[in-house]
Design a binder for this molecule. Structure first.
Ligand SMILES: Nc1ncnc2c1ncn2[C@@H]1O[C@H](COP(=O)(O)OP(=O)(O)O)[C@@H](O)[C@H]1O
Ligand SMILES: [Mg+2]
Length: 365
């Protein structure tokens, strides 16, 4: 058994920010975006469950993973490589750390974007010690040559070190001790099949139910030492978009409100007032989300309207509307994407407090 401590190798975990709008005008001011920026990761580290039994929800993945890990421990061998897939903020990085902790192994952390050249990966791989866990975040963003190097390393525990240049270059095979790759991806579909096939176990993380988010919040409040009332936990959970990262973030903002403008208690009233200040509504929509709905319903009669037109109406780039606002609106059944453009679905009208148009007035008539 080793120390179980995490060592930082290359880059930082959890860098799925650029694709989900953090850094965009909206990403930085909105509380309900699923990606984390650098300062937030520090706050998150304190709230991460350390062991599998502390990890809330995701029962299927937890059960399966627990079997894989116990079996490996029983045999005294490194377990199969593990792929974790799912949207940002659901616990992939946390699970990678838990895997290492459960194995009593040390963890090396890198990510697809941090590896610029195959040589960077070769250097990491050739320094691995027996039984170590190598966490590769955003593994779908590895460059092709690095990916190919990784297949071989995962399958045969070997890297070919290239010595020399040009015609005189030769590959010297270097054998590696057994280790376990834990890959995380928000886009399992982008992983080439040969790489996907090297993983003996794939766990898909799904959005959390509200009662699970409540448990996440109660646990976090305990760690932060703040008095969170049950009704407030339920209120925050219901606005957190099924995402623990968002739940923890809202909790911190409610705590701020309670401290500065309230009496320190995280009550239902404090939660509601705080989230009103931050413009996160009852369904977890923020200002951009609501202005998209508003434009779609009030200006365009429910659509269909093209993405570019819609984006101009809300004063944002089409890409921001498409990647930042739309995924959740579509998931919630508020808007639909059709070949003729975006349409408002009945819950969108209801959410804005507008009468739902008769079916004959809409695309679906
Ligand atoms: N199942 C869970 N139980 C408790 N906290 C969780 C859970 N999943 C995620 N979190 C918390 O949410 C935050 C984001 O999780 P993280 O593992 O970084 O997500 P991802 O890597 O999938 O983007 C962390 O602070 C973590 O503690
Ligand atoms: Mg992560």
């Amino acid at each position: 058994m080793r120390d179980g401590g995490a060592r930082l190798e290359v880059g930082e975990p959890g860098g799925d920010a650029d694709r989900y709008g953090d850094g965009e005008p909206y990403g930085s001011e909105s509380l309900v975006r699923p990606a984390a920026d650098e300062p937030e990761r520090a706050a998150e580290a304190a709230l991460r469950p350390r062991r599998l039994e502390e990890f809330v929800g995701q029962r299927v993945v937890r059960d399966q993973l627990s079997l894989v890990l116990q079996a490996a421990l029983g045999r005294g061998l490194a377990p199969d490589h593990v792929l974790l897939s799912g949207p940002p903020g659901l616990g992939k990085t946390t699970l990678a750390m838990i895997i290492a902790a459960e194995l009593g192994a040390s963890l090396r952390v890198t990510s697809g974007p941090a590896i610029q050249h195959a040589g960077d990966l070769a250097a990491v791989l050739s320094s691995l010690e027996e039984g170590e866990v190598l966490f590769i975040d955003e593994i779908h963003r590895l460059a092709r040559p690095a990916e190919e190097l990784l297949y071989v390393a995962m399958e045969d525990f070997r890297v070919d070190v290239i010595v020399g240049k040009g015609a005189g270059a030769s590959a010297i095979p270097l054998s590696l001790p057994p280790f376990t790759v834990v890959g995380a991806t928000t886009r399992a579909g982008l992983l080439p099949a040969p790489l996907r096939d090297r993983f003996g176990f794939t766990g898909h993380l799904d959005f959390y139910a509200d009662d699970e988010l409540e448990r996440v919040l109660v646990r976090s409040a305990g760690l932060l030492g703040v008095p969170l009332e049950g009704t407030a936990a339920a209120e925050i959970a219901s606005r957190s978009r099924g995402t623990p990262r968002i739940a923890n973030r809202l909790l911190r903002r409610v705590r701020d409100w309670a401290q500065v403008r309230g009496d320190g208690r995280l009550s239902l009233a404090a939660a509601r007032s705080a989230l009103q200040v931050y413009e996160v509504d009852e369904r977890g929509l923020d200002r951009l989300d609501r202005s998209v709905l508003d434009a779609l319903c009030r200006r365009f009669g429910g659509g269909p309207v093209g993405l570019t037109t819609l984006a101009v109406a809300v004063g944002e780039e089409p890409e921001t509307v498409e990647t930042v606002a739309e995924p959740f609106l579509v998931r919630e059944g508020l808007i639909g994407r059709t070949s003729r453009g975006r349409v408002a679905l009945p819950p969108a009208w209801e959410h804005l407090g507008l009468p739902v148009p008769a079916p004959s007035d809409t695309l679906f008539g």
